[in-house]
Design a protein around this ligand. Structure first.
Ligand SMILES: [Zn+2]
Length: 322
């Protein structure tokens, strides 16, 4: 393993800011393919850091015990936004900048812009495939999923299938994606898979284990690993959903949402999902029912809701499943 420091900037106080990349290369010969894993672009999303830890640990073990099994190059950027990670915030402290909205060509020369541009350039120059790992916010908990913008689905769905995540969600484009890492890499012809999982400020080890096993399968499928380590189990194929296969329910009243379901559960149409309550008056404002039969892949975690707040997203039953 080689450790690279992409960029160092002195900070007014304390340790300098550094972006670290860990790289694994083939024992001999040219790499068959180059893949990069990125996590921590949002400093409050921690599942990806743990996933990178699992990958680095496992690849270190392989390079020590079976170096001939590494046939490609693997680059891991485990903590892509150090100042925000130190503060436990999504955004860059002081600047309030979202580092995953400064990718591609971006005007300005603030420190967040410089760091985003540097990491973007390095990833672009050194990758044939990229996996960018995110977690959800504190409001909504997500089943581990890969999100794909419709225009890239032809190229990305077959790759996403090899990662064995629970769900692959092909969704429409929105303006907000234009300055993200994933969008810009895909636009420039480098396939980039964006993982969204769990909830921020937490680590769910079981979920990350499953993602880790999936990424090892992916490395094997891509020819980057010659064989799968013995302790990696077989995994089912992901479920793929397209925009018309997604249904959602929102709160009609402001109040406390108390759910009666679990993330990942399959529920029937009109089945009770939970209640919106008025805790002061002690009354039930609303019985929330399932809009369709299907699997819950997003579930409201923060119970205080305003009218219109998203409560669940569901993959309709009968929607394409591979
Ligand atoms: Zn994120």
């Amino acid at each position: 393993m080689k450790t690279h420091t992409l960029l160092t900037r002195n900070s007014p106080l304390g340790a300098p800011l550094k972006i670290i990349k860990q790289s694994f290369s083939p024992h001999r010969g040219k790499p068959v393919k180059r893949i990069s894993f990125v996590s921590g672009l949002h400093g409050d999303e921690l599942d990806g850091l743990y996933l990178c830890h699992r990958l680095i640990q496992s690849l270190r073990h392989i390079s020590a015990s079976h170096p001939e099994d590494i046939l490609g190059e693997v680059h891991i950027y485990p903590a892509a936004n150090p100042p925000a990670l130190n503060q436990g915030t999504r955004l860059w402290p002081y600047y309030g900048s979202d580092m995953n909205r400064l990718m591609g060509s971006h005007p300005g020369a603030s420190l967040p812009v410089q760091m985003a541009q540097e990491i973007y350039k390095d990833i672009k120059e050194n990758s044939d495939i990229v996996v960018d790992i995110h977690a959800s916010n504190l409001h909504l908990k997500e089943l581990p999923q890969i999100r794909i913008i419709e225009e890239f689905s032809e190229a990305l769905v077959p790759l996403a299938m090899e990662t064995h995540v629970d769900l692959v969600w092909v969704h429409p484009m929105a303006g907000v994606f234009e300055s993200t890492l994933g969008y810009n890499l895909n636009k420039s012809g480098i396939p980039a898979l964006v993982i969204e999982t769990g909830i921020c400020m937490r680590i769910d080890p079981a979920t990350v284990d499953r993602l880790f096993h999936g990424m090892m399968h992916f490395l094997k499928q891509q020819g980057i690993l010659a064989s799968l380590p013995e302790n990696i189990p077989d995994l089912p194929s992901p479920r793929v959903i397209f925009p018309r296969g997604v249904a959602q329910a929102s709160a009609k009243h402001s109040g406390l949402f108390v759910s009666r379901v679990k993330l990942g559960q399959t529920v029937g149409e009109d089945e009770i999902i939970g209640y919106v309550l008025d805790p002061v008056k002690g009354v039930v404002l609303e019985e929330v029912t399932s809009p369709v039969s299907g699997q819950l892949f997003t579930l409201r975690e923060q119970p205080a809701v305003h009218a219109g707040a998203l409560l669940v997203r569901m993959a309709r039953e009968g929607a394409k499943k591979s």
